[in-house]
Structure formats: structure tokens, C-alpha cells
Design a protein around this ligand. Structure first.
Ligand SMILES: Cc1cc2nc3c(=O)[nH]c(=O)nc-3n(C[C@H](O)[C@H](O)[C@H](O)COP(=O)(O)OP(=O)(O)OC[C@H]3O[C@@H](n4cnc5c(N)ncnc54)[C@H](O)[C@@H]3O)c2cc1C
Length: 326
């Protein structure tokens, strides 16, 4: 039996989307290798997550400890080193997030495990895997493979895989005792620092109104923002908008910005350069407004409007507001 272990990531009482994305991918791989999906869930008072996770994973390895109330790579590494040494899953998946970037390299090094980071593609290839990683800020997709035999550790880029609602299983929760003791851990959690007021986490938004250089002037931003608000979404942008300091970096979508996967992505005055598309092509529905019928974005968009955004956006905003009043 080949076990695939997903390390669950949760923060401030919420399971992170990357966990479900990894589990869906793990289920697909498990079908191919006739394996089993396990989830390592570490924390304090996280039993309710275990109940949720067992509908998607064959086994939830639950490690509860007061010292795991907040993530620190040191405490997590101690627990996971023990788990991975004992269970020896064939493959361990972690998010390529702040959490995984902090934890995966030292965990892999301490266990002598081959590690591949920031993967956007992952396929079974014989006894190993073929991985896709991006190079040169997304200009090249490189297929790489491990030279050494497993077990392997891989970090997955958020948004790279979609969540499947179909794979429902009747898994079980297995409590695992924590190896942590009261010995002094050198890292300790101090506080969460919230994003500056007004900054929205665009990776969590269901609807994004995304603006590009085509909006021409920062004076036009309030109109775009009003459209986003009328639709109950958030504002994001392409890189030139950040370079010009019209919006903060946290709003940038793309290879050097964030990967987003909203249900709806409305691109206004964005040409569709591959560095931008790489960050949003996983959106459920892409709607593009561009005055150039040959703009590359129309090659990706599900719906396209060829026209002047300064005519289209006010009309759209008015229509949405009318509908909301009804
Ligand atoms: C290493 C590297 C990393 C990069 N990372 C990123 C990244 O993370 N994210 C990113 O976005 N880019 C990134 N870029 C830049 C990327 O290559 C493009 O330059 C950028 O995405 C273009 O932004 P844009 O579409 O807003 O602007 P443009 O390409 O200038 O497009 C503007 C569009 O607006 C349209 N338009 C103009 N006026 C109107 C109007 N009135 N009505 C409707 N449409 C109109 C035009 O037809 C045009 O298609 C990166 C580049 C490099 C080299």
C-alpha cells in the first residue's frame, strides 16, 4: 500500500484552501498507485477539522498538543519527523505557503528526504513522480523528476490544483500522541500581524475585479472599486498597476504576484501576458473587457467584451446596483 500524506494547514480557526487542493490531488494519485490518502492534522482543539477531513481522507492522523496551538516550524518539525519516520508515507505533500516554505526544507534535510518545492504539476511516473515547476518567473515550465528513491516531500503551489467535490470517503481519525515536551523550544509564536487596513487577501476572494494598464489613470480606480463592491468582490490588478504604485503589491496577480482562483475573474484593460495568466487561469469563469479584439486574454476568457471599459464599467455597475435593489 502506498500512502500519500497531506500535511493539513489551518490558521486562526480556519482550514486553508490549499489543504483541500492537496487532498484532491492526493486522491487522484492514490487511485493511480492503488494507495491511501492520509492527513496529518496538528494543533490544539482541532477535532472538528478532523471530522471534516475524514470525509476526504482515508485516515486522519490527529496530533493535539497545547504547544501546537500556533504554527512554529520547530514544533511541527519535531512532530512530523516522528510521524514520517514511523509511518514512512511514500509521498508527503505540503503547501508552498509561508507555512510550507518555513517547514519543508528543514524537515526534508533532517530526514534526508528528496524535496521538490513550488510544484504546479504532479504525475505518477513509474515508481516515482514527474513534477512541473516554473522557472524564470513563469517563462518556462520545467518537467523534473527525482533521482533518488522515495519517500518524497513535495510542496504544492496554492491554486495549482482544483478541489473536487466528488471524492467522499468514510475515513477514520487516529489520535497520535505528541512527542513534544516542556523542553524549551527555540522558536515561539508571538503574534499575528494583520495585513494593513483596507488590504484584502485576494487569494480568498470569490470574485475579483482585476484592473490593468488599460484603466489609464489612478483616478479611475474608485469606479473599478465600486464595481467590485457592487458585485461583492475585491479589487486585484496586473503588475504595471503595482509598478505605478496605483495599488499595493498585495493586489497583484501573476507569477511575481499571487495565484488566485476566484469563482469569477473580471479582467478590465488587461492584455493577458502569460505572467498574468499564470496567476489566474484557474478561475472558474473569466470575463475580459478589452478594446483590442486581438488581446491574448480573449484566448483564455470564457466571456469577452470587445469595447471601451470606460463605457462598459459604468453601465455594468449601474445594472448590478439596480439588480441588488430589487
Ligand atoms: C519577470 C516578470 C514577471 C512578471 N510578473 C507579472 C505578474 O506577476 N503579473 C502581471 O500582471 N504581469 C507580470 N509581468 C508583466 C507582464 O509581462 C505584462 O507586462 C503585464 O501583465 C501587462 O499588464 P497589463 O495587461 O495591465 O498591461 P498591457 O499589456 O499594457 O495591456 C493593457 C490592455 O488594456 C487594453 N486597453 C487600453 N485601454 C482600454 C480601454 N479604454 N478599454 C478596454 N481595454 C483597454 C489594451 O488593449 C491592452 O490590451 C511580469 C513580467 C516579467 C518580465
Amino acid at each position: 500500500m502506498k500512502e500519500i500524506l497531506v500535511v493539513a494547514e489551518h490558521r486562526r480557526g480556519e482550514m486553508r484552501e490549499i489543504t483541500w487542493e492537496m487532498i484532491s490531488k492526493a486522491r487522484q494519485l492514490a487511485r493511480e498507485v492503488a494507495g491511501e490518502v492520509q492527513v496529518a492534522l496538528l494543533g490544539k482543539g482541532v477535532g472538528r477539522f478532523a471530522e471534516e477531513l475524514k470525509s476526504k481522507a482515508d485516515k486522519v492522523l490527529l496530533v493535539e498538543d497545547d504547544r501546537l496551538d500556533h504554527f512554529t516550524s520547530e514544533a511541527y518539525q519535531k512532530v512530523l519527523s516522528g510521524l514520517l519516520t514511523e509511518k514512512r508515507p511514500f509521498l508527503t505533500l505540503m503547501g508552498h505557503t509561508g507555512f510550507g516554505m518555513d517547514l519543508a526544507p528543514s524537515l526534508a534535510a533532517s530526514l534526508g528526504m528528496p524535496l521538490a518545492t513550488d510544484c504546479i504539476g504532479l504525475d505518477v511516473e513509474g515508481e516515482s513522480f514527474s513534477l512541473t515547476r516554473q522557472l524564470y518567473a513563469g517563462k518556462i515550465n520545467a518537467k523534473v523528476s527525482f533521482q533518488k528513491p522515495g519517500p518524497y516531500l513535495i510542496t504544492i503551489r496554492p491554486g495549482a490544483f482544483s478541489v473536487s467535490s466528488e471524492d467522499v470517503v468514510a475515513g477514520q481519525v487516529t489520535p497520535v500522541s505528541s512527542p513534544l515536551t516542556d523542553e524549551e523550544l527555540s522558536k515561539r509564536f508571538i503574534q499575528y500581524v494583520e495585513a494593513a487596513a483596507g488590504e484584502v487577501d485576494i487569494t480568498q476572494a470569490d470574485l475579483l475585479v482585476s484592473v490593468g494598464r488599460g484603466i489609464k489613470d489612478p483616478e479611475n480606480l474608485p469606479l473599478m472599486k465600486k464595481l467590485a463592491e457592487a458585485l461583492g468582490g475585491a479589487l486585484s490588478c496586473s503588475r504595471p498597476v503595482v509598478d505605478k504604485k496605483w495599488l499595493p503589491k498585495a493586489c497583484q496577480v501573476g507569477t511575481s504576484g499571487k495565484t488566485v482562483k476566484p469563482k469569477i475573474y473580471i479582467a478590465l484593460g488587461i492584455s493577458g501576458a502569460f505572467q498574468h495568466m499564470a496567476g489566474m487561469k484557474g478561475a472558474g469563469t473569466i470575463i475580459a473587457v478589452n478594446k483590442d479584439p486581438k488581446a491574448p486574454i480573449f484566448g483564455f476568457a470564457h466571456y469577452g467584451i470587445v469595447g471601451d471599459l470606460f463605457k462598459i464599467v459604468p453601465a455594468l455597475k449601474e445594472k448590478v446596483e439596480q439588480l441588488r435593489k430589487k
